[in-house]
Ligand binder design. Sequence first.
Ligand code: ACO
Length: 430
Amino acid sequence: MPENTLTITDNRTNRTYTLPIEDGTVRSMDMRKIKTSDDDFGLMLYDPAFMNTASCRSSITFIDGDRGILEYRGYPIEVLAERCTFLEVAYLLLFGKLPNATELKGWISEITHHTMLHETTKRFMEGFRYDAHPMAMIVSTVAALSTVYPEAKNVQDPANRLFQIKRLIAKMPTMAAMSYRHSVGFPYVYPDNDLSYTENFMNMLWKMVEPKYAANPVLARALDVLFILHADHEQNCSTNAMRSVGSSMSDPYVALASAAAALSGPLHGGANEQVLKMLDEIGSKDNVAAYIQKVKDGHGKLMGFGHRVYKNYDPRAKIIKRTAEEVFKVTGRNPKLEIALELERIALEDDYFVSRKLYPNVDFYSGIIYQAMGFNPEFFTVLFAIPRTVGWLAQWDEMLRDTEQKIARPRQIYTGERKKKFLAIEERGG
Ligand code: ACO
């Protein structure tokens, strides 16, 4: 018997099947050979919420959740966060290698020259209600870009795809900043192409009447690091949405809108906003123990804790904790940090959290930094969506190049009734 195989005996038929194991995986389609009769459909695998199903082969991001390891294209996240800029990491994720100096210069120039929005897109954003949630504005505006760039529908052409990828990476900060200015009632600020990616973002957010915006370099670098940490995270909920919607060959703008919509939920990227709400509710360090007891009693979750994949400290949370100290030197310490640290201390000693392997995730400390920088919690998920755009697009492009991929279409176990007798409306009572 070859070593890399799995032998299954079907006790219904006493038949034995030997299936190949490749990369620690058996193919679900091989299960279909396991039948009770010729007209039997064959066995399926039932996996609600994809707890144990690999949906693709990917060479972009590696996570070892038990050991708390995260790598982009083989480079540890700690090194990239320390040594690279966000656009350098974006290049790495998209093209599979770090750029040399010439390539990086060209890449920065190309992204910089796509930062402007079409004026109709600006006017589209002006139409939102004064109190529109910025994430809902982003989801809708990204989808609306599809009307501006109809040629993006040609997703089979790699060069066309790359063009749209550059546009999206370049325009996300512009749309994000406009959604922020809209919510505070300030006029929109146009991009300044002399500035770096994050400096220009800060310029579009916070420039008032000064002729040239000067970004604080510590804050600009902190944002850059946060963007690097959020750039990709393999097959998470929003990336799965991007791949799934993109698999029908829809254009990248509408596909990315669906990914951003998935990100907006409180169990995913929306968690950073919820963490701040939770810290507000706790109010002071003295109330932490009682709050944890409430969670253990089944009343709500500790937001920013737990992860589907990490069953160890999220490596991004460690880097964010360090970045927070740098930011606080400029902004002053966010008083919520004390509550968060106490929450972490108590939770990490408590058997409820230890036994379930619940550790702080990326969202636990990021909101505290964002708030210290002056963002309100509603905007936090937008700050996540900007860098994750790179990951979504890298994964989308990889999916379209993968000859094994087809339109994503799961199976179901039908639990409803069948062959019911139809009653005309007058026979249905009521
Ligand atoms: N607080 C308290 N208990 C929790 C938490 C939490 N944050 N997270 C999980 N648990 C408990 C569950 O109640 C469950 O307990 P049980 O076994 O007694 O029923 C056990 O831990 C396992 O949790 P699941 O919900 O099965 O884990 P799952 O992998 O489905 O969920 C998730 C992962 C959604 C991240 C979850 O931990 C959660 O809701 N956390 C809070 C929200 C959050 O921070 N999300 C951001 C994730 S990072 C990101 O998306 C960028």
